[in-house]
Ligand binder design. Sequence first.
Ligand code: ZN
Ligand code: FE
Length: 259
Amino acid sequence: MKLIELPAFSDNYLWLWQQDDQAVVVDPGDAAPVLQALARAGLTLAAILVTHHHADHVGGVAELRAATGATVFGPAREDIPLPFTPVMAGEPLVLLGQRVDVFDVPGHTAGHVAYFLPDAQPSPVLFSGDTLFSGGCGRLFEGTAAQMLASLDTLAALPADTRVCCAHEYTLSNLRFALAVEPHNTDLQAYETHCQSLRAQGMPTLPARLGTELQINPFLRARHPDVRQAVAQHAGLNAKTQADDVAVFAALRQWKNDF
Ligand code: ZN
Ligand code: FE
């Protein structure tokens, strides 16, 4: 399989996954770049996967379905342009010969899902939508800090070589915040240098490698003593609150909102 990122709007990526002459698109907020990519490569669109209901993820769904007849899959509990086939955690799909696992990852929205391809070659692929970004995580619009922490725990347990396909190029601004939290994290310093040079060449920083995220992403490291200490100091948490994983995560997310 081949992964293609299609830039859209100011900082979205619409992910196209190609197998022979067929493709699946994830979160087409805009139909035009997808139709252009399909035409350019002579591909048929087999399916549309949606992670959550926000306009920058579903804006092109109706037009793409009308133009291609592709089947739309999306989270059962979200308001996706009808008709669509609801997906459920624990009920994998098979698309273009690939097994696609579905995870419930509430927090950014109430019914957000992620799609995981465990058998993709050369390594597994995760479409994380607006839940996990490189160096960051989505804002809590509809869910709680406890839900987002549990959702990130689910994703963090996937294989280290998983290629994380996030829906936004937010990496550099996320890393500026991450460095404020962990200024002495040498993996983080090196990763920021690497991402700066990718962006300077006009290249995406994605897909990210999950194992790297575990070393550099403060939202996957909220239980690490250094992160816990930095958050406690920034937010003025007392010793009891500082021992509460969800309270620390909530304060970390708030710190980022205000950064
Ligand atoms: Zn969103
Ligand atoms: Fe988004």
